[in-house]
Design a protein around this ligand. Sequence first.
Ligand code: SF4
Ligand code: SF4
Length: 391
Amino acid sequence: MTALVDASLLADVQRFGAADVSACFSCGNCTAICPLSTNDATFPRRLIRYAQVGMKDALLSSKELWTCYYCGECSDTCPTQADPGGFMAAARRYAIASYDRTHLARTMYTSPVLGSVIAVLLAAFFAVFMYASHGPQNAASLALFQFIPEELIHNTGVAVMILVFLAGLAGVATMARGIARREQITVRDVVGSRAGLKRSTQALWVALGIESLGQRRYRVDCETVQEAQPWYRRRWFIHAATMWGFLGLLTATILDYGLALLGIKATGTPVPIWYPVRLLGTVAGIALIYGTSLLILDRLRGANRSARDSTAADWMLLALLWVTGASGFLIELALYLPQPPLWGYWVFLFHVSVAMELVLLAPFMKFAHAVYRPVALFFYALAEHRGTEGS
Ligand code: SF4
Ligand code: SF4
């Protein structure tokens, strides 16, 4: 494989928040201390080297980018304060921006003021767009979908999802091409034969089930770093609560539309709190609020290296997640109050606008790692299975 050298690589990664790793003299301390480092993955030192010598393709197709959870152990032991953990976080941001062809991710990360203006304008656009078709505010009962028509929300949601899917697909294809080239993975390795399909299923289970949804590395391998905390304050648990909370809310929304499509329950029909889809939404909302509140609190306190190293885009993502969850609970409260409050309509408009914005910006913020991480781990697990079979 011919590797092109990009002389500006290190400077470019540093625009995404990396400390001055030019001070690194490859002593290897960080590799020795990293709980995730193995004989095959001698990071973070190797990735710093890639950046120093301009090996952009090697950096962008590294498995290590997606396995590091920024525990900060390596930065604490670096003799030159090169902050290798901070470098890994910046390299992940750089990777997300590099896979994105629209350059929006780069803007969100490297131009905080412009990124904030874009975010505010986007929320305002959705609010005005929805409000333009608003109906009456029924004072006798909170008829939210009379105020903002269900069809409008549904159609806008579908348009947003299509845009997100296309942007995400383009980014994933760019990343997958790089990893496939590096690991010499062919289509035949993935789906071209019975053995390929078996390998792919195993790799999918490892990448999605064990590593991403089960967070094995974060939970088990980084455990020594977190063991001073009670389980409900450990970083893996807070991360899992945020992730599962978001996924639960997404599932509840999809199920709600599914029930309406099947004619079982029209969207917006009043249901008791224990109705399964409502219950799922409530539990998931609690998990999301719990996770994001602690993530915000830890950042305000500067509780750990990762928390202290937050970019404006990271703050924005947390704020959007928290506000979406909190406004969802306010709507729920308004629905169950004996006297329906009119503010419920405005909170609903706000909630829908912010939720649309959150989904639309997802591929261009830290949120994107939720897709890139499992995809990268899938290809690397596939290559590993293939290697085991060959040996
Ligand atoms: S510990 Fe610091 S100086 Fe040593 S290899 Fe890691 S980043 Fe470089
Ligand atoms: S931050 Fe933690 S997981 Fe990441 S490279 Fe450093 S020691 Fe390893």
